[in-house]
Design a protein around this ligand. Sequence first.
Ligand code: B1M
Length: 233
Amino acid sequence: MSDEGELDLNSLNDEELVQQVHDDLYDGLKEEVEAAVHILLGRGWAPYRVLTEALVEGMRIVGVDFRDGILFVPEVLLAANSMKAGMFILRPLLIATGAPRQGKMVIGTVKGDIHDIGKNLVGMMMEGAGFEVIDLGINNPVEKYLAAIEEHKPDILGMSALLTTTMPYMKVVIDTMKEKGMRDDYIVLVGGAPLNEEFAKAVGADAYCRDAAVAVETAKSYMARKHNQMAAG
Ligand code: B1M
């Protein structure tokens, strides 16, 4: 695009700029998304507000058109990369809160599933809340979760699944933990768009987390319970 035709993001007011981020995310325009994130931060927006109102909402819109067959995998991949670029800018700001050390979490997306944006976001928010986070990435078989638990001895195991076809795998992981007599040694939290509380209960998780903020609150309250139990016992 020529200089003349280029849109000056700085000339937009906050509302227009957020709308523009939604459009640029939709169109997979990574540099524009990055520039807008910087501008919003420069205008004093809290990183979490930029994350939720600009990026997460933009991805929600992408999700609707993906579902309706208006967008396809290649376009959604570009949108996801743009979102990740925006998250990369926000990450240090979200994790540098100086929160006191809370505990340790191992988190990963389950086998067969390559969606990682939500998991990454949960990881960031948990780090910001004072948790040490070991991220196993995507497509994790039960062996990988177990090896990480052995190695890192976390307080919490977090699992993410975005597909109705992959979410049942959480039960495989939890059942294997039960078989090995180690299920009760860990707090198991699960999340991902197709899950709900009923599902979490059915697979034997401790709790379902609707979003990253809920994951942080849930993790904190389970850690407080754990400390109380240890103090009492
Ligand atoms: Co996919 N995809 N996708 N996709 N994709 C969905 C999930 C889908 C709902 C789209 C749709 O049809 N509307 C649909 C699933 C339908 C279903 O199962 N019922 C779908 C499909 C069908 C597919 C493919 C099968 C498409 C195909 O190939 N034909 C394929 C599967 C690949 C695979 O995994 N094997 C596929 C591929 C892809 C891309 C690679 C193109 C890309 C992923 C890129 C990436 O992640 N690196 C992609 C994307 C981006 C999406 C949508 C559009 C967006 C997901 C996202 O990042 N959301 C998604 C539509 C949707 O979810 N509405 C869709 C933003 C993110 C911040 O939210 O991930 O929900 P979310 O995370 C939230 C909460 O869920 C929660 O907190 C997060 C932050 O607030 N949370 C946790 C998540 N994990 C948690 C773990 C916790 C706690 C909370 O642990 C404690």
